[in-house]
Design a protein around this ligand. Structure first.
Ligand code: FES
Length: 119
């Protein structure tokens, strides 16, 4: 089980934007994008699109999805599921939570596993 990484206060990530946590800060082998939706929910996916080299953090967040800025594939922020071509591979999720007023990322802990263990 990965230790949580403090990525800042919730206010440091504006709604509808994302913050990238680099491997040297997370200990994970790829950059991770921590997204804040317009409704204020936090989700985390591998930042690099599964299609080519593009940062999903630079994409467009709409509802619970993010659209890749390069070729417009969309990914579900909750599940990482790819929703349209040209990408065909799902994005990896990571657990993220707001704990004691801080946004805490759990690199390498799948969001689904986190949801199951929270039951
Ligand atoms: S790089 Fe993301 S859809 Fe092509």
């Amino acid at each position: 089980m990965s230790e949580g990484i403090d990525v800042g206060s919730p206010d440091e990530i504006e709604e509808g934007t994302a913050k990238v946590v680099e491997p040297e800060d997370s200990g994970f082998d790829e950059p991770i994008a921590v997204f804040r939706t317009e409704s204020g929910c936090f989700f985390a996916l591998n930042d690099t699109c599964t299609h080519e080299e593009a940062s999903l953090a630079e994409g467009w967040i709409e509802g619970d999805t993010v659209e890749c800025p390069l070729h417009s594939s969309s990914f579900n922020l909750r599940t990482g599921k790819v929703l349209c071509l040209p990408a065909t591979v799902d994005a990896r999720t990571h657990k993220v939570a707001v704990e004691e007023g801080r946004v805490v990322l759990y690199p390498g802990v799948d969001a689904d596993d986190a949801a199951r263990t929270a039951d």
